[in-house]
Design a protein around this ligand. Structure first.
Ligand SMILES: *Cc1c(COP(=O)(O)O)cnc(C)c1O
Length: 380
């Protein structure tokens, strides 16, 4: 079986894990946590990083730190992993779901602008969503696949509407924007190190950025908001810290970040080169922006594809020993989020069922990639 995306643990992972056991530093303080945070901060062009237990908990802490509260709205794209919406709900807020752009699969800044102009007004300095009367508390684009939306436009929107700009950068480690790292683009950006991400800690996340005060607040929130040295707590905090064991794996992974990103980009290019004779009538490819970290690669069936064609296609690949899967089902089609405010969502609705992700582990070989393209062509 050629798997979809499995961890690549052939570096120093074992050695560093042994070290955690030998030193008894297995919990949320330790040398590896500190090292991991500085490696992640450097790789993202940030002044600091706060390692967390998961991407989802990092998102929850980041949204809390920028002031998202019960009864608020947070703008997110409908085409994202469910965790972006869950983190909003964990704050007691609702997502305001908006459409993506076809060229990036990221939140469309022009849709956001139109929706804000049409539906919002400032009341006593507070940005209010007129139809619901709720406060709009933050703007949260997602770096889908490690692609970057128009971040200059989002920065302008955030400034104009006095909205904190948080990014779900869960799958974007290694991506760049206009040749530079992304840490300074938003007030806070949140990474995930789950098992299927480019870099994994088994599970884990990190909040990064260039505003030290905000990062300090995130760290405080993730460590139960404790005021040392006594058992004093000055707000409702979380236990969201990453352990030294997770970070030990993470440090070993980060040592090979450049190599992993090279493989991810190579996989993307390989599929396009070897499957291109079929397009554009038969298939197209995932969009990439300049500097994309190409987290996942695959194909998109044509617009006239039958409803179940992608599922059948994955089943056929599986018969031939190749694991392929569908991708994110939009948030507005998920049971807990059907009643959330939303823009027109045509792009996401017309596209999500035609996506097929193909094997893209960082340990994949050219022989395996060739096998995938050969079988894909035959089935098509
Ligand atoms: C993976 C992912 C998350 C969640 O991260 P976890 O570490 O699994 O909690 C959130 N958002 C996006 C876009 C993701 O891809």
């Amino acid at each position: 079986m050629i798997p979809l995306a499995v961890p690549n643990l052939t570096g120093n992972e074992k050695k560093y894990l042994d070290d955690c056991i030998d030193t008894t530093f297995v919990s949320s303080v330790g040398e590896y946590v500190t090292r991991f945070e500085s490696m992640v901060a450097e790789a993202t062009g940030s002044v600091g990083a706060v390692a967390t237990s998961a991407g989802t908990t990092g998102l929850h802490a980041a949204l809390t730190a920028v002031g998202v509260k019960h009864g608020d709205l947070v703008i997110i794209p409908t085409f994202t992993f469910i965790a972006s919406a869950n983190a909003v709900r964990h704050c007691g807020a609702d997502p305001w779901l908006m459409d993506i752009s076809e060229d990036t699969w990221c939140l469309d800044d022009q849709v956001v602008r139109k929706e804000l102009e049409k539906n919002c007004e400032f009341k006593g300095g507070v940005l209010v969503h007129k139809p619901s009367g709720k406060r709009v508390a933050a703007l949260m684009p997602v770096y889908t696949l490690g692609n970057m939306p128009n971040m200059k436009a989002f920065r302008a929107l955030a400034d104009e509407y006095h909205l904190p700009l948080v990014v779900d950068a869960a799958c974007a480690i290694g991506a760049t924007y206009e040749g530079a790292d992304f840490g300074a683009l938003a007030d806070l950006s949140v990474l995930s190190f789950n098992g299927n991400k480019t870099i994994t800690c088994g599970g884990g996340g990190a909040v990064v950025g260039c505003n030290q005060e905000l990062l300090d607040h995130v760290r405080h929130l993730t460590t139960t908001a404790r005021v040392w040295p006594d058992y004093d707590f000055d707000e409702v905090g979380f236990n969201y810290r990453m352990t030294n064991i997770q970070a030990a794996v993470g440090v070993a992974q980060m040592e090979r970040l450049n190599q992993f990103i090279d493989v991810k980009r190579h996989v993307r290019a390989f599929y396009e080169a070897h499957l291109a004779p079929l397009s554009p009538k038969d298939i197209s490819f995932f969009p990439t922006t300049e500097g994309s970290s190409c987290w996942f690669s695959g194909i998109v069936l044509p617009e006239n594809a039958e409803l179940n064609q992608a599922k059948e296609f994955c089943a056929k690949l599986k018969e031939d020993g190749i694991e392929a899967r569908s991708f994110w089902k939009p948030v507005h089609l998920q049971a807990p989020y059907q009643d959330c405010p939303k823009s027109k969502l045509d792009v996401a609705e017309h596209m999500w069922q035609r996506i097929i992700t193909l094997p893209c582990s960082t340990g994949i070989t050219d022989e395996e990639l060739y096998e995938v393209t050969k079988t894909t062509k035959r089935i098509l």
